[in-house]
Write a protein that binds this ligand. Structure first.
Ligand code: SF4
Length: 278
């Protein structure tokens, strides 16, 4: 059985960058804190904890603490509050997420209502909305468009969470266009996500089985799985080799493998060599 690994499988540029900043900051000799997990992956979280960085639920007064802002970014309120409480802030927000912040703030200054297409509870979406004092409208699906509300908008700017599925975003934007006279759409789905999604649109058609690797908490892995599964029913989403069932590969001549942006290389290697051994 052939095994084809997607070129884009695994860490994206933003996650690699955030981890480099985190490990460097951990060596500063002071206490380093993070509000939540650095990325949605259990192995990576364990490595970060082992480096000494502590996950906290809320900010407390500190004399010498450092607060590490994660790749997903944070609200303006968090930055202000942390500075007031005495934290030194190290910002590891992905530059592509920063760009979404810039667009949203700029368009709001120009008088546009801001619409974010993304998962309401996701940290990145909260961070974007938190640049605008939470005054943005978040839409998380084609069936959840608040028509009565958006019909009142004269002009609106749409940004998307960086890891959204482009086709789903375009469907929502098309509907919005029919109700809002001046609608500007910014395709803020980041390049690494688009490359991953492009690859996963072909691989399920070219392989008998698809394995998508990543944590069940990872939104971008979920998206890859959904695209793959819509094209090939033999698509499986796993986070370790223990979840793999040999029966999945019965009669298969080829298996395609891809992995979310927060999946470490070591997990991909581990799973690939296990599948090869079957
Ligand atoms: S998925 Fe995109 S936006 Fe998110 S960290 Fe990676 S490169 Fe940055």
């Amino acid at each position: 059985m052939r095994i084809n690994i997607a070129k884009s499988a695994g860490f994206c540029f933003g996650v690699k960058r955030a981890l480099e900043i985190a490990f460097k900051t951990a060596k500063c000799g002071k206490k380093v804190y993070m509000l939540g997990e650095i990325v949605h992956n259990e192995d990576v979280v364990r490595q970060i904890e082992a480096s000494g960085i502590k996950k906290i639920g809320k900010l407390n007064k500190t004399k010498s603490g450092t607060l590490l802002i994660r790749a997903h970014g944070s609200s303006l309120n968090t930055f202000t509050k942390a500075a007031k409480l005495g934290y030194k802030i190290i910002d590891a927000t992905c530059p592509m997420v920063k760009e979404i912040h810039r667009i949203a703030k700029d368009m709001r200054r120009k008088g546009y209502k801001i619409i974010i297409i993304g998962d309401k509870e996701h940290d990145e979406v909260r961070g974007i909305a938190g640049q605008l004092e939470d005054k943005a409208l978040v839409i998380d699906g084609i069936n959840n468009i608040p028509l009565r509300k958006i019909k009142k908008f004269k002009k609106a700017a749409v940004v998307a969470q960086s890891t959204q599925n482009l086709n789903a975003v375009l469907r929502i934007t098309d509907t919005l266009k029919t109700h809002i006279p001046d609608l500007v759409f910014f395709n803020t789905i980041c390049k690494p996500t688009r490359t991953k999604q492009d690859e996963v649109k072909n691989m399920p058609l070219e392989n008998d089985v698809m394995i998508i690797i990543g944590s069940k908490k990872s939104a971008n892995t979920k998206r890859l799985y959904e695209i793959s599964r819509s094209l090939n029913k033999k698509s499986w989403w796993v986070n370790s080799k223990d979840e793999i069932k040999p029966a999945w590969f019965k009669g298969a001549k080829s298996t395609g493998i891809t992995a979310g942006a927060s999946t470490p290389e070591s997990t991909i290697k581990d799973i690939t060599s296990y599948i090869s051994s079957l």
